[in-house]
Design a protein around this ligand. Structure first.
Ligand code: HEM
Length: 73
């Protein structure tokens, strides 16, 4: 189901259920507070960033590939 099915604190000071990534592209806005209006926004440091996944190390083309993958799920 592309989730570990656990509650995890990814930097908000409280735990949230790790959501399944299946069908993710149809579920905007993202994150419990809706800080990501698009999937790309999820990787902004102000809205998740490296708090779940070492994504700031990705080159721009790699981030584009990750977004294309997420949109295909
Ligand atoms: C590169 C790896 C990762 C990617 C691409 C990724 C992607 C995402 C996305 C797109 C969302 C938004 C889902 C939604 O709003 O429906 C999300 C939320 C979340 N992810 Fe990740 N994630 C990654 C790694 C992780 C890891 C390793 C954990 C746990 C240790 C985790 C825990 C969570 C939690 C708890 C949320 C919900 C946060 C909230 O509602 O504010 N993620 N993730």
């Amino acid at each position: 189901m592309l989730t570990n099915n656990l509650n995890e604190d990814v930097g908000f000071g409280e735990a949230f259920q790790v959501p399944s990534l299946l069908g993710i592209s149809a579920r905007a806005p993202f994150m419990h507070d809706g800080c990501a209006k698009t999937l790309r926004d999820r990787f902004d440091p102000a809205c998740g960033g490296d708090r779940h996944g070492d994504v700031s190390a990705l080159a721009p083309a790699q981030l584009d590939e990750l977004l294309a993958y997420l949109e295909s799920l």
